[in-house]
Design a protein around this ligand. Structure first.
Ligand code: IP8
Length: 259
């Protein structure tokens, strides 16, 4: 079993509301098909989720009517993006089925309270490719909150112990600083908790309601605990996701488990 997350910045124009990047979605769908192994696919929300979720502070609880409509709007938007991804995967021949987090998981103050992953197990054992994504979900304390695709990666990694988890990002991997801001930033071949000190995290990703890059990297350390290998690679480079999933040596960052 292989686990892959298609990052929101690869499959959408992150700063343009509800704008999908159709060509990369189609290419990645073909790459995933060509891997030829059972897959669990997760994707980010990109501009279908983060812009409105951050504008309406959907991660901070309270269920005023305004917030409720915004939550419903964002939930509908991420489903529209998911429809595009699932459609591309089906056209590529993967028999993709969508399993929205809001239907199978409840949070409590942002942490998982209950998760029923039976649908993933059963669809997967029939040869389907389950697809899930960052979503607006119920939260016992906050009313609703945001479940990131990364949290779904962790839940699936824990439950299925895949051989490999691959994160498709819009850069080559994790750098010592933001490579889009600093030309001297160096790509880290491997990163573990003890390396965090040498990374300069910028707060450029303010619209990212699911947290900072540092928080995402910390989540990856948790994921690395449950998988054979955990990698961040550039999803914009043709065949890199395919090769990484196949276990070939590719440019990227290997995330190693914590102590
Ligand atoms: O893009 C965020 O998921 P992510 C989900 O995986 C929403 O962090 C609704 C903003």
């Amino acid at each position: 079993m292989l686990l892959v997350k298609l990052g929101g910045s690869v499959i959408t124009e992150k700063t343009r509301l509800r704008t999908a990047r159709s060509a990369p979605i189609r290419r990645l769908a073909r790459e995933l098909k060509s891997v030829g192994q059972p897959l669990l696919v997760v994707h980010g929300a990109g501009s279908y989720g983060h812009i409105l979720a951050s504008r309406h502070r959907l991660n901070e609880g309270d269920s005023s009517p305004g917030k409720r409509s915004a939550a419903a709007r964002v939930q509908a938007d991420v489903r529209n993006l998911d429809g595009l991804v699932v459609d591309a995967l089906n056209r590529a021949g993967l028999a993709a089925v969508s399993i929205p987090p809001a239907s199978v998981l409840v949070l409590d103050d942002g942490k998982v309270s209950t998760a029923d992953l039976t649908a993933f197990l059963e669809f997967s054992s029939m040869g389907f490719t389950p697809v899930t994504f960052g979503d607006v979900v119920r939260d016992l304390r906050r009313g609703v909150s945001i479940c990131s695709g990364d949290l779904m990666m962790l839940e699936l990694a824990r439950a299925f112990r895949p051989n490999r988890a691959v994160f498709a990002a819009d850069v080559d991997g994790l750098f010592t600083a933001d490579p889009k801001l600093r030309r001297s930033a160096l790509l880290l071949e491997s990163v573990g908790p003890k390396d965090l000190g040498q990374i300069e995290f910028s707060d450029r990703s303010r619209t990212d309601v699911t947290g900072s890059i540092e928080g995402k990297v910390r989540r990856m350390f948790e994921i690395a605990d449950h998988v054979g290998e955990c990698l961040i690679v550039n999803g914009n480079v043709k065949n890199r996701v395919r090769d990484a999933l196949r276990g070939r040596r590719v440019v990227g960052t290997r995330v190693v488990r914590g102590p």
